[in-house]
Design a binder for this molecule. Sequence first.
Ligand code: ASP
Length: 437
Amino acid sequence: MIVCKFGGTSMADAKCIRAAADIVRADKARRYVVVSAPGKRHGKDEKITDLLLRCQKQGVRKLDFSASFIALKDRFCRIVADLGLQLDLEGDFDALEQALRDGASPDYAASRGEYFNARIFAALLGFDFLDAKDLVAFDEKGALLMDETIARLAEAMKKHTRAVIPGFYGSRPDGSVCTFSRGGSDVTGSLAAAAGKAELYENWTDVSGILMADPRVVRDARTIPAVTYQELRELSYMGATVLHEDAVFPVSSRGIPIRICNTKRPSDPGTLIASEAPCKMGTITGIAGKKGFSAIHVDKDRMNAEIGFGRRVLSVLEDLNMSFEHLPSGIDTLSVFLETSEVKGKENEILSGIQAAVKPDRVHIVNGYALIAVVGRGMRHAPGTAARLFSGLAKAGINVDMIDQGSSQINIIVGVEEKDYERALEAIYREFIPVEL
Ligand code: ASP
């Protein structure tokens, strides 16, 4: 059995929805489908979820939201008509309009995009519609109750052999609708795959998988054929946006692989995400990076002989409720790399706090770093990988300010000046993947 999730761009209009239905029908194993709300049809378009949230905001302020509401209703009615369905959603639209007038919550409003779309897609496929409100359980504070949810989904899936489930929302114990954070339909899909013990979780989107590097920087970046969950986490943390962060655990903990597929090119192999995947020694899987980092550099003669030095520096940051990224150190120097947004406005407190805590010879903050993560299970125990990486940077004339290798040996992080970020990313990529002629 395969669980498929279709994202907003795969559901944007009747044409896309029909293509998605063809994909589902092409394999009998695709028995459970999770859908997002219709997304943008073109660059300047608005996502249904955003349209709903606009209506909600206007409704709460007792403003006239009829223009936004008509736009919303028209989009769904057009989809239903273009698909040639006999589906009467009039009563549901009236209920939504009334709820918005009565000051419906943002979660309730936002959830209706998935609700209507799942009703439509279920009707098109001839599958049962299962309301996520009864299946996805949150606590009073809005935290997902994973075991409860998986149990409920498993129960429902036993009774319904083919079903469409709206993504993104569920309900709290009092019955009120609660949503995940944006992009949360990925999580619903993952939970359904876990509950149904799926062989595969297919995540259908508008790209043919995960690219090895940001295509805005490396224009011809190749698709990653296979990536492990652990590598994906490293890449996502450093900015590669693929799946909702919480969508990995329900399937990774059960060894269910995820495939990222392209609705517009269904026969492309996409990217397979699994616990393990074969690879060649000395290769890399992907590169990701971000600008906007700062470093607190602390120098003190004979620092390494002073027990508790590092702890005292870090406790200053802890007291200021700051989280750090990397901690490279030398004999008499210690640097803490963190996001500049963490540091902003707290500079004086940081400097005076460290001054008082460890009496350094010098402490100063430097902004303007970019961090780049080079990730690959093929780097583990492969002599020469780091040499290639750094020779790529050296050939491009880029100075490396910081190096950090995780103990898992699947990532090397380099810190460079922000101005060198794009060139550094490209240089590393080219060192491993030559230009295709
Ligand atoms: N429709 C929601 C959003 O726009 C959830 C999703 O698409 O997964 O974020």
